[in-house]
Design a protein around this ligand. Structure first.
Ligand SMILES: CC(=O)N[C@H]1[C@@H](O[C@@H]2[C@H](O)[C@H](O)[C@@H](O)[C@H](O)[C@H]2O)O[C@H](CO)[C@@H](O)[C@@H]1O
Ligand SMILES: [Zn+2]
Length: 283
């Protein structure tokens, strides 16, 4: 694939890129596309799994953000991604914490960011990178995390404005496709009750997932699953990995899938396979 194929992934925290789109990113990077990752926070409010790193947590030394920057650099290296930026620069907006916790009220947190200010930063990156495709979360942030919801809002606003010659500075550029990450319930039904970590009893217990018919696109990047697993392992403060399963600090196991799923929110659908789904984010 020639390098003139360019794709921009917008994620909320270090680790989301590997969890939700790691195999896809590794696939397109390996095929020669320009893969740009924008991460909106440093993940400063995350739990810390390994006891030897508990001291980093926000309530202790508050040094988790810089540590996760290093985890993210190692994850990007594992995925073959060489263009990574923090939105507005490292630390511009702080991790908001899970929905409803007091850190949501921190004026410096991403959930409290001025939408136009954050979108202007992302438009600057869009006009520089000139991606044909933007990928982020749906309007629920995939599972309801405030930073994920805000990442969707900012990315959608940037998608709407980047091609507008009356908006901001720099040469306008209109990406042609906007995708959101998805997980079909059928995959969750297969995953429930399996793996080496704590097991959920039903697909609903995962707390995310959409009806299969809302999934428009599936990217088979199975040959890059090892790269995804290496990237997941790089996020050692946030994730445990055993075989082809991983768990967040809640120790609920999920399979690390080589096939990753998306819904096309804007743009013309590309070629469809026999199941009626796209198999390439570039059409
Ligand atoms: C995958 C993801 O978005 N992780 C976020 C999330 O982390 C969760 C949080 O620490 C929660 O308290 C735990 O129970 C859960 O297991 C974690 O996945 O929220 C963090 C705080 O905003 C964020 O740093 C982390 O990247
Ligand atoms: Zn996240």
């Amino acid at each position: 694939m020639p390098r003139d194929q360019r794709i921009l992934f917008v994620h909320a925290h270090p680790d989301d890129e590997s969890i939700g789109t790691g195999a896809t990113m590794a696939k397109y990077a390996a095929e020669g596309a320009h893969v740009c990752l924008v991460t909106c926070t440093l993940g400063e409010e995350g739990d810390v799994i390994p006891a030897d790193s508990w001291h980093l947590a926000s309530a202790r030394e508050n040094r988790l953000g810089p540590y996760r920057e290093g985890e993210l650099a190692r994850a990007c290296a594992a995925l073959g991604v060489d263009d990574h930026r923090f939105l507005g620069g490292a630390g511009r907006w702080r991790d908001s914490g899970m929905m409803g916790v007091p850190t949501n009220d921190n004026p410096a947190c991403f959930f409290r960011a001025d939408l136009d200010e954050a979108a202007a930063e992302l438009v600057g990156i869009v006009r520089e990178v000139r991606p044909q495709v933007i990928v982020t979360y749906d309007d629920n942030g995939y599972y309801g995390h405030p930073d994920h919801i805000q990442a969707h809002r900012v990315a959608w606003r940037a998608f709407e404005k980047a091609g507008d010659p009356s908006y901001g500075t720099g040469e306008p550029w209109q990406p042609s496709r906007f995708y959101v990450t998805a997980m079909p319930v059928s995959e969750l039904k297969r995953a429930a009750g399996t793996g080496p970590f704590d097991r959920v009893r039903s697909a609903e217990d995962f707390g995310f997932g959409i009806p299969d018919e809302q999934v428009t696109t599936q990217i088979d990047a199975t040959e890059h699953l090892d790269a995804k697993l290496a990237a997941l392992r790089a996020h050692r403060t946030q994730l445990s990995v055993e075989g082809s399963f991983f768990a967040l600090s809640n120790n609920v196991g999920q399979p690390a899938l080589g096939v990753e799923y998306y819904t096309l929110l804007a743009g013309e659908p590309g070629k469809l396979d026999q199941d009626g789904r796209e198999t390439d984010l570039f059409g």
